[in-house]
Design a protein around this ligand. Structure first.
Ligand SMILES: Nc1ncnc2c1ncn2[C@@H]1O[C@H](COP(=O)(O)OP(=O)(O)OP(=O)(O)O)[C@@H](O)[C@H]1O
Ligand SMILES: [Mg+2]
Length: 358
């Protein structure tokens, strides 16, 4: 019979490609069980959306076959435990991710909705806050116009707002509390109070990721959210035009300012090119090309992907069913790929302080 030590020895040859350390050093191997001719163990990933899941599983199989026995029957359970650096305030929410841009109308809300859903479809517990007081989008994007969240008794006995559950995620929008046909005449402090209520007074339960859709620009809401909560990182959405990029720089500048210091998880370029439905192979770079990549390079952060300008995306938003839910759409795949990259960046960010020598 083989021993656990042999298994760990073999798996110590498998490197986690992002963290550049082996799976045993990273304590990712658990529950090794050995019986005659058979071996099973768990690989604990830091996110269910890990884009390297299949790659790591294959590498483990190869290592066992190479270093121990190629005829062993190996069962590998790929599980995940999303890491959290936070304690204290909002301790049940492991990661808070802001979706931001300097400019309006570049697709923040579209990205936030599809990102939240894609993470949830990978198996994570996900919440979404629409923090755009003056132009909330989520009630329409999720087909929840007129919805009013109810009060619920949370585990600690307090009365809290129950987020609305739709398509597997928990959702709160400032739009659930305002009249969509009336302008919102709120000033700075009231806006701050309203946004804080979405975080503090809601019964979010346990979340792996809370995605926050911010309004355009760099106003009171940004500053309140950035200064009040432990934010894991920000995703920047831009379109390729120079005006959008110039505004994106301003948006990014706010996050990088001392004492805000919010890490950038990367840049997503939306409306990167236009593809007409009748000519799906054609790409027209109507707003220019490569702006998102240049922005990512400038800040030395990953380019997380590009999304074309496609009528189906805005139709899906208008119809209350974001495109990532459409299995037949190639864009669903693009959004899932982007979500995997966001989750991957979060995992890397969480792992770095633990790996560096003290
Ligand atoms: N890739 C895309 N293809 C086609 N339409 C898109 C795409 N991305 C976003 N849209 C549409 O463009 C409009 C603006 O998008 P969205 O509301 O997501 O932007 P935003 O940055 O959140 O805007 P605001 O600054 O007003 O909050 C919406 O009607 C949306 O459906
Ligand atoms: Mg928006």
């Amino acid at each position: 019979m083989i021993t656990k030590e042999q298994v760990l020895q073999a798996l110590s040859h498998v490197e986690e490609p992002d963290l550049k350390k082996d799976l045993v050093t990273l304590r990712m191997i658990e529950n090794i069980e050995i019986s005659p001719g058979k071996l099973s163990f768990q690989v604990v990933l830091t996110t269910p959306a890990c884009p390297l899941k299949d790659f790591i599983e294959r590498a483990c199989r190869n290592a066992i076959a190479h270093f121990i026995d190629k005829d062993l029957q190996v069962t590998i359970h790929m599980i995940s435990r999303v890491a959290s650096q936070k304690d204290g305030q909002l301790a049940n929410i492991k990661n808070i991710v802001l979706v931001a841009s300097g400019k309006g109308g570049v697709g923040k809300s579209t990205v936030a909705a599809n990102l939240a859903l894609a993470l949830s479809m990978s198996g994570a517990q996900v919440g979404l806050i629409d923090a755009d007081i003056y132009g909330p989008s989520m009630p329409i994007m999720f087909g929840l116009e007129g919805a009013r969240p109810k009060a619920s008794q949370s585990a600690d006995g307090k009365s809290r707002i129950a987020p609305i559950e739709k398509y597997g995620i928990k959702l709160l929008s400032i739009g659930f509390f305002t009249d969509p046909n009336q302008p919102v005449p709120w000033r700075g402090p009231m806006v701050s109070t309203a946004v804080k209520q979405l975080f503090n007074d809601a019964d979010w339960g346990e979340l792996d990721y809370l995605i926050v859709d911010l309004p355009p620009g760099t106003g009171d809401i940004h500053i309140t959210v950035a200064q009040t909560y432990p934010i894991t990182g920000a995703v920047v959405v831009t379109t390729p035009q120079n005006v959008a990029l110039a505004d994106a720089h301003k948006g990014v500048g706010l996050f990088l300012m001392n004492p805000i210091n919010i890490p950038l998880l990367g840049v997503i370029e939306n409306m990167a090119y236009f593809t007409p439905a009748e000519l799906p192979e054609n790409k027209y770079y109507i707003f220019g090309k490569g702006g998102g990549k240049r922005l990512a390079e400038y800040y030395d952060v990953p380019f997380l992907g590009e999304i074309p300008l496609v009528k189906g995306i805005s139709d899906a938003g208008d119809n209350g069913m974001p495109i990532v839910l459409d299995d037949d759409s190639p864009l669903a795949f693009s959004f899932k790929e982007i979500a995997g990259k966001v989750a991957q960046q979060i995992s890397i960010l969480q792992a770095i302080p633990k790996l560096s020598p003290v």
